[in-house]
Design a protein around this ligand. Structure first.
Ligand code: NAP
Ligand code: MG
Length: 500
């Protein structure tokens, strides 16, 4: 194996971790893949190989699932005092916080995102998520219920952990997605096998070290690196898994549902989106320009809830498009670890090709470019300039399909009839999120109610909090992440009735 050099801009701790030998975490031990196989991890800013990680296959999946099954069935974890489970989650949060900047460096190196953003968003939001769920560990309860059947019964419900959970996550927020999955499952008393995304395994492997250090019992958390087909598919299909929680493409989400059918395991899905941002003429225009630009360009548009369809009232259309295009042109593209970086490369060559393909398809179907375009000017790395398209029509691929890159379609609307613009906004198979930009309170609430989406933001976009349920209507998914709602996705409810 050739000697690999780590980007000299990272700290000594990160360089040491990246150059160490990477192992998966199964049953409380750090292990190689049973086959001994590994696969490369790339730096998207250069296309260079950073390191190699184990390639889990069916045998490794079996080992991890058996460990999680044993750790669930032996009752130690389930019967642990909820306060003790909460303390473990809190301790893990403290450990992540102590390593905040190292995690941000890993995310930047592996995913391409700006270090300056990862250290104030990805890492701290991860800490918040573990702390928020640590608080829930002691508050997961059932209720007592009066029966119409008669007074001589005592009935109550118990909210119990669902069991062994398979969790499969994507590459856009590698650490944070791990937290969204692990924290509620562990708070509820489930045991977990987590498969990281092939493109971005590093922060999850570092997290596994901290999970071990925090002192979770062996087998409660297992972390695998591997490909979707080789590791994700057997995990989703495994008979000893009680539930699969998936975040990623709608296409793979449908495969997960099929794979889960064998033992009818429970399924939750957090899938794609084509989220509208709707700007009404009375909006504070500066705020709407900055906000809708950030809605699409944050994380290079690699957000399931990215505001990728920008509907602007014709009275302010030119002004808003000019403003968003100006923001786009001013964004400084650079490797994520460059202190000047405001937008890094896309995560992989595959995503780069896909996003460029969409921009080109838009152009060939007649869209006009007001910022960005298919040429980045970079010789290396997967950089795509933030791009604004106008002159689109509702049938175009760029308007209908999730691009998952920094590309927005701006569309004017003239209707005074609010129902018509809502109808256009809802004209998608997705239903993840939307934002509304107006100063008219009544209009904002009215539109918020009518949008078929799991999240509606008013005069903001991409505001996340551990307390807010997040998930999709329609083909954007099943179930919710975060908030109290997610607890329902990791628990079963048991009704107990006693004849007195
Ligand atoms: P993806 O294929 O859906 O990957 C998501 C996760 O599922 C990864 O861990 C992946 O493994 C795994 N996976 C793939 N095939 C699987 C299978 N047959 N069974 C079980 N697990 C499987 O997403 P992607 O290829 O990374 O990105 C493609 C598109 O998905 C993007 O362009 C974007 O539109 C969408 N996406 C959405 C989100 C979101 O947050 N909703 C996030 C990322 C991507 P490996 O990748 O490790 O092989
Ligand atoms: Mg994939």
């Amino acid at each position: 194996m050739a000697t690999l050099t780590v980007d000299p801009r990272v700290s000594g701790a990160t360089a040491e971790f990246v150059s160490s030998r990477h192992l998966m975490y199964i049953d409380g031990r750090f292990v190689h893949a049973a086959s001994g196989k590994t696969f490369p991890v790339y730096n998207p800013a250069t296309g260079d190989v950073i390191t190699h990680v184990p390639e889990a296959e069916e045998e490794d999946v079996n080992r991890a699932v058996l460990a999680a099954r044993r750790a669930f069935d032996d009752g130690q974890w389930v019967r642990m005092a909820p306060s003790a489970r909460g303390r473990l989650l809190w301790k893990l949060a403290d450990l992540i916080e102590q390593n905040n900047d190292e995690f941000a460096e890993l995310e930047s190196l592996d995913n391409g995102k700006p270090f300056s953003v990862a250290r104030v968003a990805d890492a701290p939001l991860t800490v918040d998520m573990f702390r928020y769920m640590a608080g829930w560990a002691t508050k997961i309860s059932g209720s007592t219920l009066p029966l119409s059947a008669g007074y001589d019964f005592h009935s109550y419900t118990l909210r119990e952990p669902i069991g062994v959970v398979a969790q499969i996550i994507p590459w856009n927020f590698p650490l944070l997605m791990a937290a969204w999955k692990l924290a509620p499952a562990l708070a509820c008393g489930c045991t977990v096998v987590l498969k990281l995304a092939e493109q971005t395994p590093l922060s999850g492997l570092r997290l596994a070290q901290l999970i071990d250090e925090a002192g979770f019992p062996p087998g409660v958390v297992n972390v695998l690196t591997g490909y979707g087909e080789g590791a994700g598919a057997p995990l989703a299909a495994h008979d000893l898994v009680d539930k699969v929680a998936f975040t990623g493409s709608t296409e793979v989400g449908k495969l997960i549902v099929k794979a889960a059918a064998g033992n009818l395991k429970k399924v939750t899905l957090e899938l794609g989106g084509k989220s509208p941002a709707i700007v009404f003429p009375d909006a504070r225009i500066d705020q709407a320009i900055a906000g809708t630009a950030s809605a699409i360009f944050f994380n290079h548009g690699q957000c399931c809830c990215a505001g990728s369809r920008l509907y602007v009232h014709e009275k302010v259309f030119d002004q808003v498009v000019e403003g968003v295009s100006h923001v786009a042109e001013e964004i400084k593209l650079a490797p994520g670890l460059d202190p000047a970086c405001q937008m890094g490369p896309l995560v992989s060559d595959e995503q780069y090709q896909k996003v460029i393909g969409y921009i080109e398809s838009g152009i060939s179907e007649g869209a006009k470019i007001t910022a960005g375009g298919p040429v980045s000017g970079f010789e290396r790395g997967y950089f795509v300039r933030p791009t604004v398209l106008t002159n689109t029509n509702p049938g175009m691929k760029v308007v209908q399909e999730e691009i998952f890159g920094p590309v927005v379609c701006a569309v004017p609307f003239s209707d005074e009839d609010v129902d018509r613009i809502v109808k256009r906004a809802n004209d998608t198979v997705y239903g993840l999120a939307a934002s509304v930009w107006t100063q008219n309170l009544s209009l904002a609430h009215k539109v918020a109610r009518s949008l078929r989406a799991g999240t509606v933001w008013v005069n903001c976009h991409n505001v996340f909090d551990a307390s807010l349920p997040f998930g999709g209507y329609k083909q954007s998914g099943w179930g919710r992440e975060m908030g109290e709602e997610v607890l329902h996705n990791y628990t079963e409810i048991k009704a107990v009735t006693v004849a007195l």
